[in-house]
Design a protein around this ligand. Structure first.
Ligand SMILES: N[C@@H](CCC(=O)N[C@@H](CS)C(=O)NCC(=O)O)C(=O)O
Length: 227
């Protein structure tokens, strides 16, 4: 096996399984059960100091990478696929990749937290993040009204990063009605066999019945750790 993927089946993890499936790279899933605190093991923290998955170890090169955007760039450069080597398509792919990791992902994540997981219902927070997620979907609409894919004519790592955070739109209370270009793109990417395989990868790991009390304490009670 040439690549170990430290993984749990969530949108940030799917970005990497989608790439690996699209490129046909050999990989092995190393489960990181984030609801049981495995992201805090010393072994994992050496690879991913931010105690977040995904991370990869590429045994061909001996390189390890954390942060999904950096992993996508690394894999694109390793394979020469899904990222233009130079020019405007590369710039556009970088723009939308960074837009996802700095915006759509964190905002979607907070919306999911306050809407679907927080024990106390805080309407202000739900509305704040719902508005922001809707705004970001409308930004996608503008882009995809004048480009087939986020980087232009070709499917790229930008689509692989953004799509997993549009995939949960229904659970986030977001409709794509009124955003026809997003809908068109969303369905086109969803129809790709590698995307379907990427979502299927490790899906058996997901907790039946959602988050239990232990997972909530581990995931939602984190503070800084002083040594
Ligand atoms: N910016 C990171 C975010 C990754 C992330 O938030 N991963 C979550 C699951 S989707 C995680 O590992 N959570 C574990 C924790 O909160 O301790 C990336 O894009 O890789």
């Amino acid at each position: 096996m040439s690549i170990d993927l430290y993984y749990w089946p969530t949108p940030n993890g799917w970005k990497v399984t989608i790439f690996l499936e699209e490129a046909g790279l050999e990989y092995r899933i190393v489960p990181v059960n984030i609801g049981r605190g495995e992201q805090f093991s010393e072994t994992f923290l050496k690879l991913s100091p931010n105690n977040r998955m995904p991370a990869i170890v590429d045994h061909d090169s001996g390189v390890s990478v954390f942060e999904s955007g950096a992993i996508l760039m690394y894999l694109a450069e390793k394979t020469g696929r899904f990222l233009a080597p130079t020019g405007p398509a590369r710039v556009a792919a970088m723009e939308w990749l960074f837009w996802q990791v700095g915006g759509l992902g964190p905002m979607g994540g907070q919306l999911g937290h306050f809407r679907n997981y927080a024990e106390a219902r805080i309407d202000y927070a739900i509305e704040r993040y719902a508005n922001e997620y809707d705004r970001l979907i409308s930004v996608l609409q503008r882009r995809l009204s004048c480009a087939t894919y986020l980087a232009g004519d070709d499917y790229s790592i930008a689509d692989m990063a953004v799509w997993p955070w549009v995939q949960p739109h229904e659970r986030l209370g977001q409709s794509l009605d009124g955003y026809p270009a997003v809908q068109r793109w969303f369905e086109a990417v969803a129809a790709r066999p590698a995307v379907q395989r990427g979502l299927e990868a490790g899906s058996e790991l997901r907790h039946a019945g959602g988050l239990d009390d232990e997972a909530r304490r581990i995931l939602f009670g984190q503070k800084g750790r002083r040594s």
